[in-house]
Ligand binder design. Structure first.
Ligand code: B12
Length: 503
């Protein structure tokens, strides 16, 4: 354990995050530490480029560390294992420069602290605001940290994982992240800038809630909830007023702001909250916004009010058209009828952009079950976009253990799948790696259903799935539709900017 290495009275804390300058987690930590009187310096490494994320150069890191001086401690936000290797390398480089304790936090580190302690001195698990403050206070006072809740560390070669601290039930008390300020640095394309990359963006991201009411096997949320004892009040909502005040402040600071993105796992469907939020949003914000929801949380009254307030985009996870895959593999309870009803509501309420998410083309479904996804998509009403993701076996999630238990992969095989190089992880998540010709055929015709002009062709092809000619045609239409898809993305982004400029 590293203790007493930093001079008492030092109140400087550095926070570093990777490939996501919007990162909510680290901005909340900053807020909590600043409020407690700490001098926070933040470094964002790289933009959000998925498979194309590049490791920062040693020179930029050294330059940042020189400007920083010797802090009380340095925190790294490692929400995902996708870039664990880069986080480890940067941590190692920084270790050669500073004596300060190096701490990792974020969802991935929360679920697998032991693995992360190979690279850092401490892991702070779970929601980190209060713990970051307590950790700082103990270090600043030269006190022992070993019994601190949420902390994990190694002592005499053994990993110690302390109990978790109860989560904050009133989210309004956590404050909101401050955009701008001169304490932010950004490494991009081989240079270190003193800037907040969130400030010049055309979009602002926030979350009106924490937690998720569902327990899907492929997502870490159910594991986080379990860590907090499956508390029934784990899914929490901020007050509508608090959310609107945050957005007003962002609107005042961001000159290019054209879109608000809600990053809630499932947006609120509470009628009273929706009423208050919609009225406030319309009168005080009025910028197009997007949110994600769940088939069981959609109703006409709620969607109409949100559309009236400026909602231009709704994302909804369907994940599979096969009831069996949804229930037995993904642990999702909604029926085919409920999904169709939700989609009908979105179409009836004229949501301008609807995205349906699928996890498809993985070893836990058969070609026949993929055909069911095609069948469902071919019936979905209205205009929609499909995001067909591959299945990422996220370390620490239930689907990993269940897949090993079923004998689909051995633990060694699963480890090889999970801990692939970063580029391959991102690519496999973006587009499923399907090689079986029959499965590939169903993947492609499913993709076509989102383009009204290609739906007829998809239907005709789906009647002859085994024919070589159909498969070749499906491949041709598929590459054409990938091109359409790129055009649509650019068009939708353009529409938001134009709508905002017209005001
Ligand atoms: C919104 C969201 C996104 C957004 C933004 C993420 C963000 N936070 O900035 C976008 C769309 C960009 C995104 C991208 C990705 N995401 Co995402 N995302 C989420 C989601 C739904 C909510 C995250 C969030 O904002 N929470 C609210 C904030 C306040 O919480 P937080 O980030 O967890 O931070 C708190 C603690 O973790 C901790 N903490 C965080 N950092 C630090 C650092 C220190 C030093 C300390 C002390 C504490 C601490 O304290 C914070 C405050 O309480 C989560 C699900 C979830 N339950 O977390 C998935 C989730 C985090 N994402 C996940 C994944 C896989 C990804 C991607 C890899 C997907 C992809 N293939 O592109 C990328 C990686 C992006 C990146 N570079 O990090 C997984 C990660 C699991 C894993 N083992 O890898 C999750 C858990 C979802 C899942 N399916 O299980 N994501």
């Amino acid at each position: 354990m590293k203790e007493g290495l930093t001079a008492p009275g030092n109140r400087k804390v550095a926070l570093i995050n990777f490939f996501n300058p919007k990162s909510l987690g680290i901005r909340f930590i900053e807020q909590a530490l600043s409020e407690a009187g700490y001098d926070v310096v933040m470094l964002h490494i790289g933009g959000f480029r998925g498979a194309y994320s590049v490791k920062p150069g040693e020179a930029e890191i050294r330059e940042f560390m020189e400007l920083l001086g010797e802090p009380l401690w340095i925190g790294f936000s490692v929400i995902s294992y996708f870039y664990q290797e880069i986080a480890a390398e940067v941590t190692e480089l920084i270790r050669q420069i500073t004596k300060a304790p190096l701490v990792w936090g974020g969802v991935y580190t929360t679920l697998l602290p032991d693995r992360c302690l190979d690279f850092c001195d401490y892991v702070i698990r779970g929601e980190g605001e209060a713990s970051a403050v307590e950790f700082s206070e103990r270090l600043a006072a030269g006190a022992d940290v070993s019994d601190m809740q949420n902390l994990a560390y190694r002592a005499n070669g053994e990993t110690v994982v302390n109990p978790v601290r109860p989560f904050e039930t009133n989210l309004d008390l956590l404050g909101v992240a401050e955009l701008g300020l001169s304490n932010k640095y950004f490494i991009n394309d081989g240079k270190l800038y003193q800037a907040d990359p969130g400030l010049d963006s055309y979009s602002y991201e926030t979350s009106a809630s924490r937690g998720c009411p569902y327990a899907c096997t492929y997502c870490s949320s159910s594991n986080l909830k379990r860590m907090y004892g499956n508390a029934s009040h784990y899914t929490r909502y901020r007050s509508a007023r608090h959310v609107i005040d945050e957005l007003k402040s962002a609107k005042a600071k961001m000159k290019n702001l054209s879109l608000i993105r809600f990053w809630d796992e499932v947006f609120s469907s509470d009628p009273a909250w929706i009423d208050e939020f919609s009225a406030l949003y319309k009168s005080e914000i009025g910028i197009p916004f997007e949110m994600w929801t769940h088939p069981l949380k959609i109703n006409g009254a709620m969607i109409s009010k949100l559309v009236g307030a400026g909602m231009r985009f709704v994302g909804m996870g369907i994940q599979s058209g096969s009831p069996e895959v949804r229930k037995k593999v993904f642990r999702r309870a909604e029926s085919q009828e409920q999904i169709m009803q939700a989609a009908k509501t979105l179409a009836d309420c004229r949501v301008p952009q609807v995205v349906y998410d699928f996890i498809i083309g993985h070893p836990l479904e058969t070609a026949e079950q993929m055909k069911e996804s095609y069948a469902l998509c071919s019936e979905l009403p209205g205009k929609f976009t499909l995001q067909l993701h591959g299945l990422a076996f996220l370390p620490g999630t239930d689907i990993v253990e269940e897949t090993i238990k079923r004998g689909v992969f051995t633990r060694e095989e699963m480890d090889a799948i999970m801990y692939k190089p970063m580029e391959r992880l991102y690519l496999a998540w973006n587009v499923a790696e399907v090689t079986d010709p029959e499965k590939l055929f169903w993947y492609r015709v499913t993709y076509l259903t989102q383009f009204p002009t290609l739906r007829g062709a998809a239907r005709r092809l789906s009647q002859k799935p085994g024919e070589e000619k159909s498969r070749k045609k499906a491949a041709r239409y598929y590459s054409l539709s990938r091109y359409f898809s790129k055009l649509r993305l650019v068009r939708n982004k353009g529409i938001n900017v134009i709508l905002e400029r017209r005001k």
